[in-house]
Design a protein around this ligand. Structure first.
Ligand code: ACM
Length: 617
């Protein structure tokens, strides 16, 4: 009886017209589909219908910057937008929220207006990203309605990064800008640009023109997946010269583009390892004389620069230009995978060891880094490097990027160093997305299996680390190495939807994780990705249930997280396509060895998932 009364009361309350402020119904956040999940979101009944002529209030440079993005977005809906300092507006951008942390924001959508408050540009920008996600990508363009919400949000981590390797494969400026758009839309704030490696040097350095005329090109590239090649005969090359680089003018353009989106670029200049392309142009930096060429296959190479005065002079000159080009705090010096074979055999290195009382050749890298670090600091910057920099000994000011699992990060934090967690396998988006490694229908990948759920499950705060040391974990980053990621489309395939999981573990508090809820919101994001023509990986159907209906038969129930997708299947071993059985609610098959249940998702954009085969129980 009591229960019934409450229900009637609740129904009455919900149907009341607005009494001033809309009622708080606290709809589950997934109904709004926002990624990353905001710290606090209250959803109210009703919508704000955007007028045809929209006045945006913006006065400071940051407010005007964000208002300009907002204007471009609203322009897509045919709206006329005017920006002025007047507070008599439909949308108010205010960076006067001085009590809010640097990247925090509050977004209030009422039936009359929209307000975004922050303490500066980043928060306003993130408020806009949330607002944009609130408008269904598939909705009626002429009648844009925004659900009424109050959002109070701030990031869990300050470093929310994504790395792109442009050495193994080169991506043009137009795509680098897209990449920055991808990460900014999901509230990531750091673009780690891996600019140099054995297979090509990708940035113009005025002092060393051969870095772009020689080091930026390799004579050809290995065909196929190197890790599957067992004997010399398996190694076949395409015979086609490959390369490219960014001019300093292009770099400045990209930096400005990123700044407008509150993305900091961390340039990486690898030293002393992964430096074959440097030696191709400047062999005098090697420990042994010889001719070198940019690598044409993948892996770790023993030919690395020698830690001599000439090499210091080279990197100091390079870093001088790098420091002037990139306004961010950090310069990444790589430092990973530097075998000491040539150093061990080098009289020059032996002399360095004797002169500096170094008995272990591995420590020469620490000595080298310490000198480079001083130089980087003299330019007003901070050094960051892969976790190998720990082995040679590091100064308290260095920041460590933990990639060989979490071990390096934990050790560094215990030393009191700052850390960015970017561990393999969780944060290695070059890993495959199919449980069958090297599945014939997947693009060639480096191997491994890193599904969405595994990325989502990663917690940047390692369990083993004492909570008092969590302050050293600056944040988290995913890495996209491009040995096999040859085109922009393939980058998109590797990034999406896994980048959404990265976004959420970087932004949302770890204790609010819920994969099922997240998956529901990912479903909503597919529309946004389609609207931007992003070539995401269409997830294969999953089996929700198999029941044995009667002796000798099995019933299958399948599902796809892609909204509006078709599932097509076959039972005869053929690859399903749009001509094969259309799945509706379930199907039953004989339990027979000849039956093979194969299914694909066909997304509304027409793209197919990789086929999946389900075992008949
Ligand atoms: C790395 O993956 N070699 C940092």
């Amino acid at each position: 009886m009591k229960t019934k009364c409450y229900l009637v009361l609740l129904a009455t309350l919900l149907s009341l017209p607005y009494l001033g402020q809309a009622q708080k119904t606290d709809k589950p956040a997934h109904t709004l589909g926002i990624i990353p999940l905001p710290a606090e979101i209250i959803s109210h009944n009703g919508f704000y219908a955007l007028p045809q002529n929209i006045k945006i209030s913006a006065k400071t440079a940051d407010e005007i910057n964000v208002a300009t993005f907002m204007g471009e977005w609203l322009g897509q809906y045919g709206k006329k937008v005017s920006i002025s300092p007047s507070k008599n507006a439909d949308i108010i951008l205010s960076s006067a929220g001085g009590s809010l942390k640097k990247e925090a924001y509050e977004l209030d959508v009422t039936a009359k207006k929209i307000t975004i408050t922050a303490s500066g540009g980043p928060g306003l920008f993130y408020g806009l990203q949330t607002l944009m996600q609130l408008v269904p990508a598939t909705g009626d363009k002429a009648n844009v309605r925004i659900p009424l919400v109050t959002v109070k949000d701030q990031p869990a981590f300050a470093w929310r990064g994504s790395m792109l390797d442009v050495s193994r494969h080169f991506f043009p400026v137009s795509f680098i800008k897209k990449y920055i758009d991808f990460i900014a839309a999901y509230k990531l704030n750091t673009f780690h640009w891996h600019l140099t490696d054995d297979q090509g040097w990708r940035i113009e350095i005025k002092k060393y023109p051969k870095l772009t005329s020689v080091s930026a090109f390799r004579k050809e590239t290995l065909i196929g997946a190197q890790q599957q090649m067992k004997k010399p005969d398996d190694f076949k090359y395409d015979g086609t010269p490959y390369g490219g680089f960014y001019t300093q003018e292009e770099i400045k353009d990209v930096v400005a583009y990123a700044q407008k989106r509150y993305v900091t670029i961390v340039p990486e200049i690898e030293m002393p390892g992964h430096s074959l392309a440097v030696l191709a142009a400047y062999p005098e930096l090697a420990c042994k004389p010889g001719t070198y060429e940019a690598a044409t296959k993948w892996g770790i190479f023993e030919d690395i620069v020698c830690p001599t005065e000439q090499t210091f002079e080279f990197f100091e000159n390079v870093l001088t230009e790098i420091a002037a080009l990139f306004p961010g705090e950090y310069i990444h010096i790589g430092g990973d995978e530097a075998p000491k074979t040539v150093w061990k055999a080098s009289p020059a290195v032996q002399k360095i060891m004797a002169d500096n009382n170094i008995t272990d050749v591995e420590k020469v890298q620490g000595w080298f880094n310490a000198r480079i670090e001083k130089f980087i600091q003299s330019k007003g910057k901070k050094l960051i490097g892969w976790d190998e920099i720990l082995e040679g000994g590091i100064t308290p000011a260095s920041t460590v990027m933990s990639w060989r699992g979490e071990k390096g990060g934990i050790e560094a934090a215990r030393h009191g160093n700052n850390v960015v967690m970017a561990p393999s396998p969780f944060m290695y988006l070059d890993y495959g997305q199919n449980p069958q490694v090297h599945h014939p229908a997947e693009p060639v990948m480096i191997g491994g299996y890193l599904p969405l759920e595994k990325v989502y499950g990663y917690n940047p705060l390692p369990k083993e680390l004492d909570p008092t040391l969590h302050k050293h974990i600056l944040g988290v980053q995913a890495n996209l190495w491009t040995e096999y990621i040859t085109t922009p489309q393939k980058v998109e395939y590797a990034l999406f939807p896994r980048l959404l999981a990265l976004s959420e573990i970087a932004w949302s508090a770890p204790n609010r994780k819920d994969f099922k809820d997240f998956e529901g919101r990912v479903a909503h994001q597919f529309h946004h990705l389609d609207k931007k023509n992003i070539h995401y990986r269409v997830p294969e159907p999953t089996r929700t249930e198999t029941t044995q209906t009667e002796q000798g038969k099995a019933t299958f129930m399948l599902a796809s997280i892609v909204p509006g997708a078709e599932i097509r299947y076959t039972l005869d071993g053929h690859i399903p396509d749009q001509t094969t059985h259309l799945y509706s609610t379930s199907f039953t098959v004989p339990r027979n060895r000849n039956i093979k249940v194969r299914a694909v998702t066909i997304a509304p954009n027409g793209r197919h998932s990789v086929p999946v085969e389900f075992e008949v129980p």
